[in-house]
Write a protein that binds this ligand. Sequence first.
Ligand code: HEC
Length: 382
Amino acid sequence: MRQAFQLVAAVVILGCGSASAPTPTLNTETLSLEAVAWTSVPWSTPISFVHETSSGVALCTSESLVLIAGGVVANRTSEGKACESGARVPASEGTGQWDIVVAGGSILRLGDDGTTEAVSERYGLEAKKVTRVVSIDADQFAFQYDTGFAIVNKGEARQFAQAGLTSIAAANGKFGYLTNDAARVLDTKTNGLSAYPVADAKGISFDASNRLVVTTAAAIYREDGDSLVPLADGQTYLSAPASAGGKVWIIEGAELILLEDDHVFKTSGLALSAGATIFGSSTGDVWLSRPSGVARLRHGASGNALEQKWQTDVQPIYASVCSACHGPTGSAQIDLSNYNSWVSRKAALNDRIVVKGDMPPKGVTLSAEDRAKLSAFIGSTP
Ligand code: HEC
């Protein structure tokens, strides 16, 4: 690989400090979440990835890629189903930006109307199994594939073979890549390469100060000078970090952690289900996909605990049991798709769910456990 050799020859090894001994505690502040409205279509299918485009939100399920624009389904295509990654990247033709998603090993350009065009060939990657795309800066972006990565600069792709590559990340001119034994950061402006030995990392990300963040199953590390310093150790079970416009979201067991500037926020009692996954939004929000459906959440300044409870306890039940009839344009003509609608209909909900128990109607099942959850929420509504 001639080009790989060129990269190695050009870079200067800057840092090679190792991850220092973990400290036992994590100083966290309470994280309160607010649900962000993103669709008027009831959405209860788990997703493999979500990518925000200029025209809407593209979600991938195991069956299709769906573009939701203006709150409604604008397009649905099986091309791009089960997509794994996506990014807004500098256009490889003309000016502006392209929305790119990666699905089934191929690179797809996503049009404003939600249709897709296969573009692997444009980057010379048609024979590779591409798994991830990240945006580096206004000129550059990168792909991860089975045997290495490619950095695209002004439409020109250069491939670098890399054994044992597990993940890539990028921000503000920095490109990070992870192997089984180290995380490396290439500063694309200076060509300086820093290496941070860390074993069994789950993923990497960059924070708002361009510091590398690395998680393992039990610890969060952040770049400090030329070493990785543990922010937290002894956590229950940590996910890969999700980059969200300078913020970093991480699942810890059944809770969510948010790294924001020098603060570490953590939810209390969120009770995420085991199958939950997260995707960062460039707005700083986080997308949460659970077996019961998808929510977009924001770090709430005021932190309405009851709304958080609605999001975690009620929304999944609404999505699976009530949404068929109680969507914004549903047959019952009673919209129960959001928190406010539940608060304003407290009396009717109490009557039909708690007292009479005649909702949902015969033929639709609501388990006793779920009815108890709804009752508890209705009972705590002012
Ligand atoms: C199969 C369709 C269907 C499903 C599923 C369903 N509903 Fe209904 N619901 C209706 C219809 C139709 C009405 C209006 C007629 C009535 O009041 O019985 C209604 C009325 C209501 C009302 C009375 C609203 C008011 O302002 O008087 C409440 C409260 C309610 N539903 C809650 C729920 C909840 C909560 C769920 C899910 C756990 C649910 N429903 C599931 C069809 C449904």
